[in-house]
Write a protein that binds this ligand. Sequence first.
Ligand code: ZN
Length: 139
Amino acid sequence: MRGKRGIPDERDALVERLREFIRVGYVTGSEVARRIDTRNAAVYAWLKGEARPGNPKRLADFLDSLAVESSSGIAPTGYEYKPYPTAPKQPRPCPFCRKARGTIKKARGGFQGVCPNCGAIGPKRDTPDDAFRAWNGKG
Ligand SMILES: [Zn+2]
């Protein structure tokens, strides 16, 4: 059993943990890629189940560091944390993967909706409200 293609169960479990962090909006796929120094496309391939992490130790360490941060009270454990309380409604579910609602994130030069599941991004706008409307297809 050992040595052929690593230990897939462990890596699947890691990706599942990663998905959960992304699902609750704690990190985005691109943040993960940046933090563990890999390509965005690689992270999205893991999330879509098309590939497994090549360096599971590094991903595990990263997830452990997130878990420590979140248990210290910095991070939200669900949807109670609302970064933009003025937004009138929730962003619509991602039109690409349909597995998560978008979140409005600050981007270089503005704001844009981002899917926490697959990393799809909406149009960039100057304000969170406009980015929200753009993500929902009304701006
Ligand atoms: Zn998506």
